[in-house]
Design a protein around this ligand. Structure first.
Ligand SMILES: Nc1ncnc2c1ncn2[C@@H]1O[C@H](COP(=O)(O)OP(=O)(O)O)[C@@H](O)[C@H]1O
Ligand SMILES: [Mg+2]
Length: 315
C-alpha cells in the first residue's frame, strides 16, 4: 500500500498508483449522507471542495460517490474519470441508462466512485422540462445505489436551474462553499431562497448543514471580514477551518488528480483533510458516546478521544 504522504507534485507524467488510506479511520455515519454542493456563482470552489472532501473521506476508509452534475465535467476531470464520449449522469436523468451502468471507480482510492458528467448534460436543462417528475429524476435514480455508500456528493453547475433543483431534491444536506472574496455573500440570499422552496415543495428533509470557506487568504482584511461575517450568520453550519488559497490546489486537476494525492502535505490538502474529518465527526451516530454492551476492541484506544458534541456546539 502506498504511503499517503508521498508527494506527486511536479511529476507531469504521474498516474496515481496504489491506494491511499489514512492510519486513523474516519467516523462512519449511521446511514448514507447525501450532500449537494451548490452555489450559483461560478468559480467559488464547488468542484474543488467536492472532489477533495470526497477523496479525503475515502482515504479515511469510507465509501464515497461523487456525482458530476456540471456539464463542464470538472469533477470528472479532477478524479481522472473518462467522461467525454461515454454514458454518464445525463443518460440516467433521461432514463436511457440504469445508474449502475455509469458508475466508475476512481483510481488510487480504496472506495471512491464517480458518475461522470458528459457533454450532452448541457442539454439536460432543456430536455428535462417536458419530463414527468422532472425535479425528482436524480432522487429516483439514486435510490438503487445510495445504500452502497457512506457519503454521496453532488457537484452542481453554477446556476439554480433544473439540474441544481434535482440535486437539492435528491440530497439530505446542502453544502455551500463560500469564496472569501468581495461579493462573496452576494447571491447567497437567492440560493437560500431556492433552498427554502425546495425544502417546502420537494424535499422536507433537506438541511443546510455545512458551509466551507474557500480560497482564504489570512493576510487580507477582506478574507477575514468575510469569514467573520459567515461565522456570525451561520455559527452552526460553518466548518471553521478555512481552505487557504494555494497553488497546489489549483494545479492538481491538470494532472487529473485531487490535491489529496497530488500533494498531500500541502496546506490546501491538509485543510481539506481536516474539513473532511470534521464533516465525518459531525455525522457520526450519537450513540457512539454511550456506554453500552456492544463496545468492541477499539473502544479502549478511542475512549480518550470521545468528544461528545451536542448540536451546534463546536468542541
Ligand atoms: N483553495 C484554492 N486555492 C487556489 N485555487 C483554488 C482553490 N480552490 C479552487 N481553486 C481554483 O479556482 C477555480 C474555481 O474553482 P472550482 O472548484 O472549479 O469552482 P466552481 O466549481 O465553484 O466553479 C479553479 O481553477 C480552481 O482550481
Ligand atoms: Mg465546478
Amino acid at each position: 500500500m502506498a504511503d499517503s504522504r508521498e508527494t506527486n507534485a511536479g511529476n507531469s507524467n504521474n498516474k496515481v498508483v496504489g491506494v491511499r488510506r489514512l492510519k486513523e479511520a474516519m467516523a462512519k455515519p449511521a446511514s448514507t449522507r447525501i450532500f449537494t454542493v451548490a452555489n450559483q456563482k461560478g468559480g467559488v470552489g464547488k468542484t474543488t471542495t467536492t472532489v477533495n472532501i470526497a477523496a479525503a473521506l475515502s482515504m479515511g476508509g469510507l465509501r464515497v460517490l461523487v456525482i458530476d452534475l456540471d456539464p463542464q465535467g470538472n469533477a470528472s476531470t479532477a478524479l481522472g474519470v473518462p467522461h467525454r464520449d461515454i454514458a454518464g449522469i445525463y443518460d440516467v436523468l433521461m432514463g436511457d441508462q440504469p445508474i449502475t451502468a455509469v458508475v466508475q471507480k476512481v483510481a488510487g482510492f480504496p472506495s471512491l466512485d464517480c458518475i461522470p458528467s458528459n457533454s450532452s448534460l448541457a442539454n439536460a436543462e432543456v430536455n428535462l422540462v417536458s419530463m414527468v417528475a422532472r425535479e425528482l429524476r436524480l432522487k429516483e435514480a439514486l435510490v438503487e445505489i445510495s445504500p452502497n455508500y457512506d457519503y454521496i456528493f453532488i457537484d452542481c453547475p453554477p446556476s439554480l436551474g433544473l439540474l441544481t433543483i434535482n440535486a437539492l431534491a435528491a440530497a439530505r444536506e446542502l453544502l455551500i462553499p463560500i469564496q472569501t472574496e468581495y461579493y462573496a455573500l452576494e447571491g447567497l440570499s437567492q440560493l437560500l431562497e431556492t433552498y427554502g422552496i425546495v425544502k417546502k415543495r420537494l424535499n422536507a428533509n433537506l438541511e443546510l448543514s455545512t458551509i466551507v470557506l474557500t480560497m482564504f487568504d489570512g493576510r487580507t482584511r477582506l478574507s477575514n471580514d468575510v469569514a467573520a461575517n459567515v461565522r456570525s450568520h451561520f455559527p452552526k453550519e460553518l466548518i471553521d477551518i478555512p481552505i487557504p488559497r494555494a497553488v497546489r490546489v489549483s494545479e492538481a486537476p491538470s494532472y487529473s488528480q485531487t490535491v489529496m494525492t497530488y500533494d498531500p502535505l500541502s496546506p490546501g490538502a491538509i485543510a481539506y483533510m481536516q474539513v473532511a474529518r470534521e464533516i465525518a465527526e459531525r455525522g457520526k451516530p450519537k450513540e457512539e458516546a454511550n456506554f453500552d454492551s456492544n463496545f468492541d476492541s477499539n473502544f479502549d484506544s478511542n475512549v480518550v478521544n470521545i468528544n461528545y458534541k451536542r448540536d451546534g456546539e463546536i468542541a
